[in-house]
Design a protein around this ligand. Structure first.
Ligand code: SIN
Ligand code: CO
Length: 391
């Protein structure tokens, strides 16, 4: 891990993690000096009109119901009807549509890749805001264009301090404890649960680098579904040693022990937990179709094509991760909800593939002499997890 990262100011990544991550807010002025916003307001509006893009338009009104939210896709004409001030357009997963934003995520390499959710972009004219609120996730708010005033409060937010009947968690009452004006390149880190209120001072774009943390309920539901799929329906509760009970109405301690044993022994399978989590956490966030579709090739054709094309690219639409109980012996590579067991011969490919979005042929040539490695890349190619630019 690097000692200092521009993104974190003078702090090392270790200090950030120890003192701030999930603990307290941090303002980093000039986190990215000279930051140029890679997306324009018009491009964001264009994305919000597309079917597969998740977007929201939030407006603040005067009168008895002060907020409204509309979910995309929005009609192109919607934007010409909007007032000059007091609205915000939010577009999720902009890292999928803007390569510079996918590249921006690499600067957050001090947090495990699987914890990253997406880069959301918001555009607002003067006075635009989504209201004071809390989020359940960690977020880095990077000012990309224009100036935004951020106010925060670390006081606990009670459940009754929430405006009812809204598709948004806007607070009824918000008393700011700290406030800053963020200019392009400035960044505010907020742990989950810190109330915040960002108001555009002029036309402004803010990028939210959001993190994910599955709820315990999601973990238990998804893992038990995964295990249930592997269980044979013929495995059933059985009681060949049943003895006569005093009262047939009672669920006996012996019956309960057997049920507990089924649950504990099924769920306490560490290898299954590892495989399930790798698959679960690399599954695509949205159901949007993948952008790469390769024609299947034979191994020979694939190697020939690789030599000619020169570079093999990773499909940036997909999440890559690996687990390695003993990295020199084996590893499991996870891509888009699928897993690949890599033995000692090819375990090195897990970190190689997860940390490089391009593999240049000249650098891979010696490794490609190893059949296990060549076969792995070939398999990933035929699954459209990697591609050649000319394809
Ligand atoms: C915004 O960009 O306006 C809202 C981002 C947030 O509060 O999470
Ligand atoms: Co927020």
């Amino acid at each position: 891990m690097e000692k200092t990262l521009t993104l974190l100011g003078e702090r090392s990544a270790e200090v950030f993690l120890k003192d701030y991550w999930q603990k307290r807010p941090l303002l980093i002025q000039n986190a990215i000096p000279g930051f140029q916003c890679p997306i324009t307001p018009d491009e964001l509006a264009g994305l919000a009109c597309e079917d597969d893009v998740e977007s929201r338009l939030i407006q603040e009104h005067s009168g008895p119901s002060p907020w409204s939210v509309e979910h995309g896709p929005l009609d192109e004409n919607r934007f010409s009807d909007l007032p000059e001030t007091h609205w915000t357009l939010l577009v999720q997963e902009c890292n999928r549509y803007v390569p510079e934003l996918a590249a921006l995520l690499k600067q957050f390499n001090f947090i495990p890749h699987w914890r990253v959710d997406d880069v959301m972009a918001s555009y607002a004219p003067a006075q635009g805001s989504v209201g004071p609120h809390t989020d359940q996730y960690d977020v880095f708010l990077l000012q990309a264009f224009g100036t935004r005033r951020w106010q925060i409060s670390q006081a606990p937010v009670t459940p009754d301090n929430q405006l009812p009947g809204l598709d948004l968690c806007i607070m009824r009452e918000f008393i700011a404890e700290q406030e800053w004006l963020l200019q392009p390149g400035d960044m505010l880190y907020l742990p989950p649960g810190v109330a915040h209120h960002g108001v555009a001072q002029e036309d402004c774009i803010t990028l939210s680098i959001g993190f994910r943390a599955p709820s315990h309920a999601e973990i238990i539901t998804s893992f038990s579904d995964f295990m249930a799929e592997q269980l044979d329906a013929s495995q059933r509760y059985s009681d060949p040693h049943l003895i006569l009970q005093k009262d047939a109405a009672e669920i006996s301690p012996a019956a309960l022990k057997q049920v507990r044993d089924i649950i504990h022994s099924t769920l306490a399978d560490d290898a299954a937990i590892t495989q399930w989590f790798g698959q679960y956490i690399t599954e695509a966030k949205s159901t949007q179709p993948h952008t790469v579709e390769n024609e299947p090739l034979s191994l020979q054709q694939f190697l020939q094509h690789y030599k000619q094309a020169g570079t093999l690219f990773r499909n940036e639409d997909l999440r890559f991760a690996y687990s390695a109980p003993s990295p020199s012996e084996s590893a499991t590579l996870y891509i888009d909800g699928h897993c690949f067991a890599l033995n000692s011969e090819v375990a090195f490919a897990a970190t190689l593939l997860c940390n490089h979005d391009e593999l240049n042929y000249p650098q891979m040539q010696t490794l490609l002499n190893q059949p296990a490695f060549a076969n792995l890349l070939h398999t990933l190619y035929n699954l459209s997890y990697v591609y050649f630019e000319d394809a």
